[in-house]
Structures are given as C-alpha cells and as structure tokens.
Design a protein around this ligand. Structure first.
Ligand code: AMP
Length: 147
C-alpha cells in the first residue's frame, strides 16, 4: 500500500530539510543532504536525501534528482571507506512499508560493514549523543579534506 500515495510534507526528513528538526549533518550541497542515522545499524551508518525532490521512493524520483542523490551517496561512501576503513559498505534503499521503509522521503542508507561486528537491527536502537557528535565531527573533517 505505502508503495504508492501522496508525499507527506510533514515526514521527518522533510522537517530535517526545513530545519524544524535537527540532525547530525555531515554534508550538504544545493541538492542533497547527508546526516547520521539516529538508530545506526553499524558505526558510520548515514543517510543521503534529495532536498529538491518530493519522491517517496525510487520509483517516483526525477532523473536529475536521482543523479544528484547517487553522486552524493558515492562521495560520502568514498569518504567513509577512507576514514572509517570498514571491510565493506552496504548501500540500501527500501520502497514501501512491506520492504522495510519507515520514512517516506526517498533516502539512501550507507552502512559500513565490519567483519568483526554483526549488523544491528534496522531503526531499533538510538545511538548516544556523544558518539554521534564525535562521529559527525570526524566525518565532517574528512569530507572537507576530500573536496
Ligand atoms: P527506512 O526504514 O529505510 O525508511 O529508514 C529510515 C531510517 O531513518 C532508519 O534507519 C532510522 O533509523 C532513521 N531515522 C529515523 N528518524 C531519524 C532522525 N530523526 N534522524 C536520523 N535518522 C533517523
């Protein structure tokens, strides 16, 4: 059901874009925004969204906004690879509630994978603020160095 329908202008990521809700922002440009996932599945789990498109999922998004979204996803993934040195990086994206989507503003998950640690449960355990702030500062610095 939730694969289709109207975009909810009050969804949580729309509120992050408008500034009504804060986030641990790590990167922003004219078209896209990247921030830490509040309930990370691994150390360095972050999200990338389009600031311009009101697509609920991959099926909806306009080609130019999708291009910007995937290019920012690649850029952030490259920085994470260099800075956090994970063993792998999972890029994930869910379409519809049945597929696991919980926020209906299209977003890309960047989930570093470490052989030594298991993947956490999706959107389950909130990370503590100090850990998120330290990671945010680290990634912001690494992104600045990469451009
Ligand atoms: P999905 O289930 O694919 O729609 O993913 C939504 C993601 O957003 C989950 O991984 C949540 O942990 C994450 N999330 C929910 N609320 C926030 C928030 N306020 N700031 C950052 N991440 C959030």
């Amino acid at each position: 059901m939730s694969l289709y329908g109207d975009y909810d202008v009050n969804n949580i990521f729309a509120k992050i874009i408008s500034g009504d809700i804060s986030c641990y922002k790590i990167y922003e440009d004219a078209n896209t925004l990247s921030f830490l996932d509040l309930f990370p599945q691994s150390y360095g789990h972050c999200l990338v969204i389009s600031k311009k498109s009101q697509a609920r999922n991959l099926l909806d998004i306009e080609a130019d906004h999708l291009t910007n979204l995937i290019l920012t996803t690649q850029k952030i993934a490259q920085v994470i690879a260099k800075e956090l040195q994970p063993d792998g990086i999972k890029i994930a994206q869910f379409n519809g509630e049945a597929a696991g989507q919980t926020v209906f503003h299209l977003h890309m998950h960047i989930i570093p994978r470490y052989i030594a640690s298991e993947l956490g449960v999706h959107a389950c355990k909130q990370a503590d603020a100090d850990t998120l702030r330290t990671l945010q500062n680290r990634l912001v610095s690494a992104i600045k160095l990469s451009v």
